[in-house]
Design a protein. Structure first.
Length: 94
């Protein structure tokens, strides 16, 4: 299972997912787009700007248990991917 989220500076947006249950997709609609939250892995990644792991979502008292149950996931890894603009070199002609 995997997902890609985009943070626009205020809200997180779910932009792609793979192999999610229908329940997980429906549950994501209550959270995204939305502000980063510490009870979600995405919120923890945005808050720290660093790789975050959860060894067991069901054992983490701060993780949203509804989301864990809907997705049938336990172990999670989140990593920030940043893009620095401009993507073109300063001397490039467009």
């Amino acid at each position: 299972m995997s997902a890609v989220f985009r943070y626009d500076g205020k809200l997180l947006h779910l932009v792609a997912h793979y192999n999610w249950t229908d329940a997980a997709i429906a549950d994501a609609q209550r959270l995204y787009p939305g502000p980063p939250q510490p009870y979600m892995l995405t919120g923890r990644v945005v808050a720290t700007g660093q790789v975050q792991t959860i060894d067991d979502c069901f054992a983490d008292p701060d993780y949203d248990q509804t989301t864990a149950q809907a997705g049938h996931w336990r172990r999670m890894l989140g990593t920030p991917i940043t893009i620095r603009l401009p993507l073109c070199p300063p001397d490039a002609k467009t």
